[in-house]
Design a protein around this ligand. Structure first.
Ligand code: ADP
Length: 758
């Protein structure tokens, strides 16, 4: 600037004229004293200068006018651009210049460029923010200004409630609230205002069936000044629904627990304090829930009861399993002492650790009392029944003794050559007496079964043998009435039974098959496996059958189902006895019948291995080869079970020095003993005509047989029985199934002794 204004280099027109006008210069006499040519020249020169000055002035004036116009235009452009800048519109092209106006234009341009950049950045960040907000899951995000007007509203939560951001942006909360929640709009306004004052708030708001958890918070600038408010609304409808569902389920469960008629309680596993009780619990214990919750057993019950309860609680928690307490006593406040049946169950957390203990208690006091009463009544009835059975049993014994005399003397009379009339009378006495004896025996057996005092000898019994023996006895009766009796072979099968009693049952069934059959009818006996280890023996007839309504009474003692009117003899005891006997042997008896067509009775019993088979299996063996050795020892076996007899025969067959005698009845056995004086008597305890112990007594009484060693063989293995027989004079007692080794030791010992010989 300084250089541009320097005189020496380019004096401008304004400076020349001013020089001319300068009096001090003229006074210096530069022009006075010059010659006239010079004066002329000077005048001309001055005139030229004058013209120049004027021209210069004109030029300067023109320049000034031009300059002023150009500056005004640029200032105008700058002004326009400044307005546009303020408006945010694009600027007009600047009119350049190197002066200050140009500088302003440049500054305006730069400001515009900066503003444009900032605007772009702002738009970009707003777009990003909107994108973020738009993707806000299950909710909405909004911004509002100091007029409570939404400047932004985005989020995926808008659509489900039927809203768009356009419907909300630009409107105030008052306008929106009046439309959506007119009743609480003032609350919302207050919250929005509070946010602008820097306070945040949270509410739940229902909008078009959607529940939002709404947070209204202030938005602060970097300096901490609240510049806007923000709304964050989370759509919690699903969660709410789930909570509601859960609440409903819990309420349902609560009402179930509440209405269970048993006491239900929950204790905390940590300190065994009650955390839950139902109504039945309150009523039983006589405390209100508030009295019970938070307490432990020691707070409520006597110490010994509390100790018992807590010890059971610990057992449950330690074992992690249900504990069933069949009976526990509890002292209640209003109802005195009660008895409970309680089940305690641990409630485990996800890691399997007990957190609670659930208890369910049933008040069994009344039931217990009723049970005790029933027990007492039953005991009384049983005692009365026992007394009845004992009476029957005693009476039967008492009747037997005189009856034996009647029968005995009648037989003597029969032998003493009576007249035909007397013979007929004696025959009648014998028939009636035997019938009475049979009846007494049956009554005795029924009462023994009822009292459980019947003595049975369970051993393998050949079904074929038992059936054949029974059929042989019945056949004459069947033939008399033209009834065909067919017995299918039982294939050598054995059942576990008391031989005599099984025969008795089969006899009864076969005799009924004859008695209640029609003339010329049929009886068919078959045997079949029911399971691999059970056998069914079926006795079917083609007789009168049994009415279906009478079937239920078929096995009742003394009930003849009306047969007493038919003239068929009977006592009504046979089936009752048969059933009792078979059941006592571990079997069953069933009946099926069709009135007019016939009946079938089926006995089911467990299968047993035949004794000889067992011996062969365990001892292996070869058939004995015929020997020339003369037997030097004799064994007498008194046994009615052929299977056992065969076994002993088989064992002895390997010892040719031994001769085996056998008898299937005690009386014959005693006779053989006297006649042959055997080296050893093997005596079965259950014999058809005499009890084994009676046979033993007789052997010991008879001087000829007194010293013969007697070995009892019985299926009855009770120690009392063994002791009794050893005391009665038996040398050994072997139980069935036979201990072959022990038996052989006895035989060996016998062989070592001197032969007794007859
Ligand atoms: P009892 O033959 O001595 O009368 P039971 O106890 O053997 O006694 O039988 C009871 C009743 O069952 C018989 O009186 C008879 O009415 C009926 N009953 C038994 N067996 C048969 C049968 N096979 N067919 C038809 N009725 C039978």
């Amino acid at each position: 600037m300084e250089a541009a204004g320097g005189y020496s280099e380019s004096p401008g027109p304004r400076r020349l004229s001013s020089l001319w006008a300068d009096r001090s210069l003229r006074a210096k006499g530069l022009i006075v004293g010059v010659v006239p040519i010079g004066a002329f020249l000077l005048t001309a020169f001055l005139a030229t200068i004058e013209v120049g000055v004027i021209a210069g002035f004109a030029c300067s004036l023109a320049s000034i006018v031009f300059f002023t116009t150009s500056v005004a235009r640029r200032v105008q452009r700058n002004k326009e651009n400044a307005r546009r800048l303020a408006e945010g519109s694009p600027l007009l092209a600047p009119i350049s210049g190197r002066d200050e106006v140009g500088g302003v234009a440049l500054a305006l341009q730069r400001a515009s460029a900066v503003l444009t950049d900032r605007q772009a950045a702002l738009e970009e960040s707003e777009a990003m923010y909107r994108t973020l907000a738009r993707n806000f899951p299950d909710g909405v995000v909004g911004l509002f200004d100091h007029d409570l007007r939404f400047t932004l509203m985005e989020g995926k939560g808008l659509e489900p409630i039927g809203f768009t951001k356009e419907r909300l942006e630009g409107r105030t909360i008052t306008e929106v609230g009046q439309e959506l929640f007119p009743e609480t709009v003032h609350v919302a306004e207050a919250q929005y205002r509070a946010a602008l004052m820097g306070e945040k708030s949270t509410t739940e708001r229902l909008v078009n069936d959607h529940t939002f958890l709404v947070q209204i918070v202030p938005v602060r600038s970097e300096t901490g000044e609240v510049v806007a408010g923000m709304l964050v609304g989370l759509d919690i409808t699903d969660r709410k629904d789930a909570e509601e569902e859960l609440r409903r389920a819990e309420a349902f469960l609560d009402s179930v627990v509440e209405n269970i008629p048993n006491m239900v309680f929950v204790k905390s596993a940590e300190d065994l304090r009650f955390v839950r009780f139902n109504r039945a619990g309150e009523e039983l214990l006589g405390y209100s829930r508030s009295d019970l919750l938070g307490k432990n057993d020691y707070d409520l019950f006597p110490p010994e009861e509390a100790e018992f309860f807590t010890s059971k609680d610990r057992e449950v928690l330690e074992s992690g399993r249900l504990v069933d307490i069949a009976e526990e006593r509890i002292q209640t406040r209003e109802r005195g002492e009660r008895f409970l049946h309680t089940r305690k169950i641990p409630i485990l957390d996800a890691d399997g650790h007990p957190v609670y203990l659930l208890g369910i208690s049933e008040d069994i006091t009344d039931r217990r009392r009723a049970d005790a009463q029933i027990r007492a009544t039953k005991e009384l009835a049983e005692r009365a029944n026992r007394a009845k059975d004992e009476f029957l049993s005693r009476m039967s014994h008492e009747l037997r003794t005189p009856l034996n005399a009647v029968l005995g003397f009648a037989q003597i009379l029969e032998m003493e050559d009576p007249t035909p009339d007397q013979h007929e009378s004696v025959r009648q006495i014998l028939a009636a007496g035997r019938h009475l004896l049979g009846l007494i025996d049956e009554v005795l057996d029924v009462s023994r079964i009822a009292t459980g005092s019947i003595s049975l000898s369970s051993e393998p019994v050949s079904v074929t043998d038992a059936l054949t023996e029974a059929a042989d006895l019945i056949r004459p009766l069947a033939v008399e009435r033209g009834i065909r009796l067919r017995i299918d072979d039982a294939d050598g099968l054995h059942v576990l039974a008391d031989r005599q009693r099984l025969k008795q049952v089969l006899l009864n069934l076969l005799s009924n098959g004859v008695k209640y059959n029609r003339e010329g009818g049929d009886i068919l006996v078959t045997s079949a496996h029911v399971t691999p280890d059970r056998l069914a023996i079926r006795v079917a007839d083609t007789g009168v059958g049994i009415a279906s309504e009478a079937m239920a009474r078929l096995f009742d003692p003394f009930d003849r189902l009306g047969a007493e009117m038919s003239g068929v003899e009977g006592t009504g005891l046979g089936l009752a006895l048969s059933k009792g006997l078979i059941e006592a042997m571990g079997g069953t008896v069933k009946a099926e019948s069709e009135a007019g067509a016939g009946s079938a009775f089926t006995i089911e019993l467990g299968l047993a291995e035949p004794p000889v088979d067992r011996f062969e299996r365990e001892w292996g063996g070869h058939e004995a080869t015929p020997s020339q050795v003369t037997p030097s020892r004799t064994i007498l076996y008194i046994e009615d079970n052929l299977s056992n007899l065969r076994l002993i025969e088989r064992i002895i067959s390997d010892r040719p020095q031994i001769r085996l005698l056998s008898a299937m009845q005690a009386s014959l056995g005693l006779e053989l003993a006297r006649d042959h004086l055997p080296d050893l008597v093997l005596l079965d305890l259950h014999l058809p005509d005499m009890a084994g112990d009676e046979a033993l007594r007789r052997l010991r009484q008879d001087p000829t047989t007194r010293t013969i060693p007697v070995v009892m063989i019985s299926a009855d293995a009770t120690q009392a029985q063994i002791d009794r027989l050893l005391a009665a004079g038996a040398d050994e007692y072997l139980t069935k199934p036979l201990d072959v080794k022990r038996f052989l030791q006895i035989v060996e010992a016998m062989l070592d002794r001197e032969p007794s010989g007859p």
